[in-house]
Design a protein around this ligand. Structure first.
Ligand SMILES: [Zn+2]
Length: 453
């Protein structure tokens, strides 16, 4: 048992003043109160529930900045040329390299208040396409990275079968491939790890990468408790190919072929028509929006306001890991919509609502579903003590009434507002620094040098 003293706590979607939190040996909150215990550790800040990053491809962190130039002879650039650079990297990365990059990445995520990442993992095999002796080798490296950093990970081993609708796999995709549902299920099974900070999810890359009946097999023949993830309708070209091959738009196809519910997490869902928007919201499934990556890749803007009006649920992810700061992701998500609609506070559907609170609380609820967590963990008694510690003296927060804190944080704070990160009652980031950052950073630099030359 341990007592913590806090300057403030955002628990159960309400702000509490200075208080004491008691955690048990597993880092679960057993009481919250105002009476001072004899012994406690004082946290110099406010604690909010740690951010949930519902979509990451760790290895892509290595290539940020490498695809922001127009290739010689190219007449323009889009998603598909970015994918070429990404494939080159995916073709080269070693298990050690992946672990080093992911460890650095997760330490940086932790510094930005993230306490849980969902890792959408598809570089499974050796560079020649053959499986490693342990088929789960690469996935275990990602778990090891999260373990070293000390954050929660939901590993989503990806079922990836082919190069596109009706097309075989490209040579650059050979490290990703599970030819059959059975191969995929074996891979998934090989990645079961017993650790309270680890969980597993089932994941299909996209409708273009897996044959329709096998998409259904993978989702329906796995434990219903596992969260299910899929990339969907990210690019208009993909929607057109889906119409050609399956006769339906991607989300329409999913809605017609699967009983979608809150187990399902549809990543991007950028291009929805009105029926899809409505029916997807009604299904109870969640959308994972990745604002910076979607902007970087020129995907388009999600139909957020219409989706919210009919009760749609959404979380956020850092995807290509161009940006790791969740505040910036939430801000960009809202600003894209404001720019499109030429209106302010577009998510407030009733008087008196606050945009910051809506963004924070809704993305948290759906973020938990993305991790396969059914309870609404909100720093209440019984929840793990997983918090981002923020500095109440940061200029954008100082002297603000509680009701304005989340919006001040989301719309105006930079990453220096985060001073700490605690997962399951253990410090991950203290005084703005990861406890093992020197070692993590050295190993990362060596891996980058080897990979990028
Ligand atoms: Zn993705």
């Amino acid at each position: 048992m341990k007592w913590w003293k806090l300057k403030g706590l955002y628990s159960d979607e309400k702000w509490h003043g200075p208080c004491f939190v008691k955690t048990d040996a597993r880092g679960i909150i057993v009481s919250i109160g105002e009476d001072a215990p004899e012994k406690f550790e004082a946290i110099d800040g406010l604690a909010i529930p740690g951010f949930l990053n519902a979509h990451s491809h760790a290895f892509q962190y290595s290539m940020v900045g490498l695809s922001e130039n127009l290739p010689p002879g190219a007449k323009g650039d889009d998603f598909w040329s970015w994918r070429k650079v990404m494939y080159e990297l995916a073709g080269k990365i070693s298990p050690e390299g992946l672990q080093a990059i992911a460890t650095m990445l997760y330490a940086e995520m932790a510094r930005m208040g993230i306490t849980h990442v969902a890792e959408f993992h598809y570089v499974h095999h050796q560079a020649n396409g053959e499986a490693f002796d342990d088929v789960g080798e690469m996935g275990k490296r990602l778990y090891a990275a999260a373990k070293e950093v000390g954050i929660n990970i939901t590993l989503l081993p990806v079922f990836y079968q082919r190069g596109g609708f009706g097309k075989g796999a490209l040579p650059e995709q050979k490290r990703f491939i599970s030819s059959t549902t059975n191969d995929y299920l074996k891979l998934l099974e090989s990645l079961e790890v017993s650790d309270p900070l680890f969980s597993l999810g089932v994941c299909v890359h996209s409708l273009r990468a897996v044959d329709g009946p096998q998409v259904l097999e993978a989702f329906l023949n796995t434990d219903k408790k596992l969260p299910a993830h899929i990339h969907i309708a990210e690019q208009e070209k993909e929607v057109q190919s889906c119409l050609q091959h399956l006769g339906k738009r991607p989300v329409e196809w999913l809605l017609d072929n699967l009983e979608l519910n809150d187990r399902y997490n549809l990543v991007h869902a950028t291009h929805l028509d009105n029926n899809e928007t409505h029916n997807l919201a009604q299904s109870g499934a969640n959308v994972v929006i990745c604002p910076t990556t979607e902007a970087n890749l020129g995907d388009g803007l999600f139909n957020l306001v219409e989706y919210l009006k009919v009760g749609g649920q959404f979380s956020i992810g850092t995807d290509g890991n161009f940006n790791l700061n969740p505040l910036q992701e939430l801000r960009l998500l809202d600003y894209g919509q404001r720019l499109k609609l030429k209106k302010r506070n577009i998510m407030c559907l009733a008087d008196g609502q606050d945009s910051g609170e809506i963004l924070f609380n809704l993305t948290r609820k759906a973020g938990l579903k993305a991790m396969g967590i059914k309870d609404h963990q909100a720093l209440k008694v019984g929840d793990p003590f997983d918090v981002a510690v923020i500095n109440p003296d940061h200029p954008v927060l100082a002297s603000k009434k509680n009701e304005y804190l989340l919006s001040a944080l989301i719309y105006s704070a930079d990453s220096s507002v985060f001073s700490g990160n605690i997962v399951a009652g253990n410090w991950v980031i203290k005084n703005g620094k990861h406890i093992k950052i020197e070692k993590i950073s050295e190993t990362f630099k060596k891996a980058q040098l080897e990979l990028l030359g």
